[in-house]
Design a protein around this ligand. Sequence first.
Ligand code: SF4
Length: 339
Amino acid sequence: MTGSLMVSTYSMWAQFRNCRQAVYWRYIQQLVGLDRDGNLHFGSLIHQCLELWHQRRALAEVLELIGTLCPNRLYDEGQRRDWHNATAMMKAYAARYAAEDLEAVALEKTFQGPIVNPSTGAASRSFVLAGKVDGIVRIGDDYFLLEHKTAAQLDADYLERLWTDFQITIYAYYVEQTMGITITGILYNILVKAKLQQSKGETEEEYEARRAELLAKSKTGKTTAKRKLPETDGEFQERLAEKYTDPAMFHREMLYLSRDRFDILRSELWELTQAFLDARRRGVFYQNTGFCFNFHRPCAYFALCRSNGNPNVIENFYQRVAPNEELRVLPNETTEPAF
Ligand code: SF4
């Protein structure tokens, strides 16, 4: 809260549109699941790597950062997977974009501004909007917001959906207002995540079972089968490096902003604030059960909703974390690029 003003973010409004009950759990009760999605770790890791790369253009520093952010990789499988993927991805990214004609004007830039009633021009007395953009870059005489995306796969549908990116369009409006520059469009910097897995090799039992099967099928009663050994880190890195030589693993997409979209989105944002105030006043944050499996997996609050907010479920599966984590300044964060 800023005085009596609540600092709101795009994430909160998007969640409010999708399911009001989820906003109640996250922003009123301040709950997050103990088992947070591992993909979030990878996404945030790559964002920090890209920020450092665009500041300093020093690959060795980026690789060191990956090591620091995956300190338990020797025994934590998730961290090892992220370390491998991020290392191969950033090496290939540095080679692919070693020279480019964009100038980073600001990185990880935060902003905060009023939410305005479009009919009267008056600022909301309940909310301000805050956010953080990955970067602002200059290409020729034009300024673009730089938006990093890590994608599981990149196809025509993915690119088509960028148009619906409410967040970045509204951020462009606020950056214009707070920095006094005109934003021409958005430069989406898309990095595709390799789906390769490091091979664990075979256990002695698995090898014996496979060997017995091959022998049973063999006409000579012999087989040359050998036990598959675990893939070493070096071998896996080589395989990943080969994968990242595919030009389709990186993509830059430029979208030009339409000024009419600004007006539509600002007015939608105002509507959302009014609906939120109404929900809070009446203490009614209704469920949108059509959204529970929207991302092909249960919503983070599924256990909570299914148990009707059972306190034991809260105690065992959730923790209280203050909202708007995305606005937190990270330890290596700076807004000054080294160009
Ligand atoms: S589980 Fe369903 S109803 Fe509950 S918060 Fe999530 S989306 Fe909403």
